[in-house]
Design a protein around this ligand. Structure first.
Ligand code: URA
Length: 427
């Protein structure tokens, strides 16, 4: 292939010219090989933040990211494959219930996940609260578990889209994460490389989400759906509300306990509603004709969950670690809960020890927040609104500061927004 000068590619994007396929391939390959410097890639990424990528450029950018690593081949499995990706929300433990539920309906669910950073928790961090559970599996173990159990949640190996890892680390420190084409290429390159045949995207919108604005979230969803379909992955997105946290629990072990409650027939209604809505989409995309509500109600999903945890060394009956420090935050007046701020609650869980600021930081399995009320609830003065859990008084104090103002108690309440906001599929 011809070679280019990085500066010419940067200038072209800066001046809103369309980049050729060869230019995109060269610049990404040369960056991964260390021949294009971080400062040059940063300048190009910033130009893309302002100028965007055309559909052809985005498709090529994504192809090159996929080709930078291995692509799992799941074609030998006897079950249809379907996965879910969420853009991240507070208390979002849906994967822990959804993966075994959809497996119980007959699909194979390859959930290759990451760890949490900032105010939203990571699925692997939650499952690592279970004693003995192992996040890192070989490709052979993934295939074996998909065939025999039907669901696997594990760490995405270093071999999947390595270009994304290098680019994402750079975007994180150069203010270039917030670009719809760059986010789309980053998420979809990893999901396409994972080898799933179909994908449901849960794009969160609201205070506690990465995308605060409905119109931008909708554009992100449409971009990812088109990319998936263009790469042969049947893809549907649901835009879902993330103003208040999902369920009551935010924090690793607390979320495992709440997920098990749902799998055993209890749990909060918003978690059940969202899980079933996403499960129906997944089952349909997988070409199966099974009602997920039945598989949740008859205990089959719980049975698959137990097998999924045990297959990775975890004890499905283990009691979650209990926090040494606990404190209730109470209402300072009587009234109606007019708003719960998912972002503030997510930050509080993080400060209590459930999340990390840098990717190498440890997380506490016991720390987090239980939100004891829902929007619209009537509360009396002194009634507990939140229960904070931490391993020591220092973390407890940080969480207490962060939770202040997270619940507003007023006199009237607006009717709560629906959870499911928009469905995006290719026409
Ligand atoms: N998550 C990703 O994997 N990539 C992005 O660019 C943003 C969120």
């Amino acid at each position: 292939m011809s070679t280019f000068a990085a500066v010419d590619i940067i200038r072209a994007k800066r001046d809103n010219e369309e980049l050729s396929n060869d230019a995109i391939q060269w610049v990404l390959d040369a960056y991964v090989a260390g021949q294009v410097a971080d400062e040059q890639m940063s300048a190009l990424l910033m130009a893309i933040v302002f100028r965007g990528l055309t559909p052809r450029e985005l498709s090529r950018w994504t192809d090159v990211m996929i080709a930078s690593g291995e692509r799992l081949d799941l074609s030998a499995l006897s079950r249809p494959t379907v996965d879910k990706h969420s853009t991240g929300g507070v208390g979002d433990k849906i994967s822990l219930i959804l993966a075994p539920l959809v497996a119980a309906c007959g699909a194979a669910v390859p959930q290759l996940s990451g760890r949490g950073l900032g105010h939203t928790g990571g699925t692997l961090d939650k499952l690592e609260a279970i004693p003995g559970w192992r996040a890192v599996l070989s490709n052979a173990e993934v295939l074996d578990q998909l065939e025999n159990v039907g669901a696997v949640i594990c760490a995405a190996g270093d071999g999947l889209a390595p270009a994304d890892r290098k680019l994402y680390a750079l975007r994180d420190v150069t203010g270039t994460v917030e670009s719809i084409p760059l986010i789309s290429a980053s998420i979809m390159s990893k999901k396409i490389a994972e080898g799933t045949g179909a994908l449901v995207l849960d794009v969160k919108v609201g205070r506690g989400a990465f995308m605060k604005d409905h119109a931008r979230a909708s554009e992100l969803a449409r971009t990812m759906v088109s990319l998936g379909e263009a790469h042969g992955v049947r893809t549907v997105a649901q835009l879902t509300a993330m103003d208040a946290p999902l369920g009551r629990a935010a924090g690793n072990g607390l979320e495992v306990t709440e997920s098990v409650d749902v799998l055993r027939g209890g749990g909060p209604s918003d978690i059940i509603e969202l899980t079933l809505a996403l499960a129906r989409e997944m089952v349909q995309l997988a070409g199966l004709h099974v009602d997920p509500a039945e598989k949740l109600a008859d205990g089959s999903a719980y049975e698959v969950y137990r097998q999924m945890i045990a297959a990775q060394g975890g004890d499905p009956d283990a009691v979650m670690p209990v926090a040494v420090q606990r404190e209730e935050i109470v209402a300072d007046r009587e009234g109606v809960v007019t708003s719960l701020d998912a972002f503030a609650i997510g930050v509080a869980a993080w400060k209590l020890g459930a999340g990390r600021a840098r990717k190498e930081d440890p997380v506490s399995p016991a720390a987090g927040v239980l939100t004891l009320v829902r929007e619209g609830d009537h509360v009396t003065k002194g009634q507990p609104l939140f229960e904070l859990h931490a391993d020591d008084t220092e973390h407890l104090a940080r969480g207490r500061d962060a939770i202040s103002g997270a619940a507003v108690v007023g006199d009237t309440t607006a009717s709560p927004l629906p959870l499911l906001l928009e469905r995006v599929a290719q026409n």
